[in-house]
Design a protein around this ligand. Structure first.
Ligand code: FPP
Length: 249
């Protein structure tokens, strides 16, 4: 009997791994990431903080891709908060520079991953050039299957205030919980299942405050640039072991 073709075998094993979860059976519909630890990762290497953000952006690509492969409908990434403007100008420029470059490069990724980009947050503060690029990438990806919510100049309290103001402008005299949920920046995404925070801190930092009401949490000491695609699989498996009761028994 001829020896089995290694490539066929490898392909079979890889396919099996990839198919553990698919869009049909993936237990997580919406995951969110607080990508913390870039600065410390760089410092450990004797490098400036910006070096950590550059690696962080690469890791973001890998994690986002893995979320799509696993069939997770929506993933929300905390790229830049309403508070991050307090950082040194050099660092702010570096993060926004990475974003600008990513917006130029990401069209191929949009097609390869069947991903729809939605920018969540107050975009009014950004330059015309960045806002144009955001508009364009949202437009070209709008019919894709998976959602990557890019939280930019985002704050959870700001999002709730924005939702309420939108409803008031629409003529609402009083609002329900469903009204607010439907007016959030993340309104296109399923209810949030899980928030992942890297970097060892155990806090929300004004991220997805409304959506977090019944989300699960996963905290890890790993710094964001050390996170691997396979960690997403571990995180999903951990999520499966949770007993979610939503206030019931
Ligand atoms: C928090 O780590 C990280 C940020 C505020 C920026 C996150 C940005 C990226 C991962 C780059 C994403 C870019 C694109 C284009 C998607 P920290 O700097 O607070 O780390 P520290 O806690 O170790 O200081």
């Amino acid at each position: 009997m001829p020896a089995p073709d290694f490539h066929i075998l490898k392909g079979f094993v890889m396919k099996k791994t990839k198919e553990k979860y698919t869009a049909e059976n993936c237990p997580i519909k919406h995951i969110a990431f607080i990508m913390d630890g870039n600065g410390r990762w760089a410092k450990k290497r004797g490098m400036p903080r910006e070096y950590g953000h550059t690696h962080g952006a690469e890791v973001f690509r890998k994690i986002m891709r893995r979320c799509c492969e696993l069939g997770i409908k929506a993933a929300t990434f905390y790229v830049f908060s309403t508070e991050n403007w307090k950082r040194p100008q050099k660092e702010v420029d570096a993060i926004l520079g990475l974003l600008d470059k990513y917006l130029d490069d990401c069209e191929k990724e949009v097609n390869d991953n069947d991903v729809r980009f939605i920018f969540v947050g107050d975009m009014s503060v950004f330059s015309d050039s960045i806002r144009e690029k955001i508009k364009r990438i949202e437009e070209v990806s709008k019919n894709n299957t998976y959602i990557a919510n890019m939280a930019l100049n985002y704050g959870g309290r700001d999002e709730i205030a924005h939702a309420v103001n939108t409803l008031i402008a629409d003529g609402k005299q009083s609002v329900t919980e469903d009204d607010i949920t439907g007016a959030l920046y993340t309104k296109e995404s399923p209810p949030l299942d899980l928030i992942v925070r890297t970097g060892g801190d155990i806090r929300l930092s004004n991220f997805l405050l409304w959506q977090a009401a019944y989300a699960e949490f996963y905290f890890t000491d790993k710094l964001w640039p050390d996170l691997k695609a396979k960690d997403v699989d571990i995180i999903v498996d951990d999520f499966v072991s949770r007993n979610r009761r939503f206030g019931g028994v």
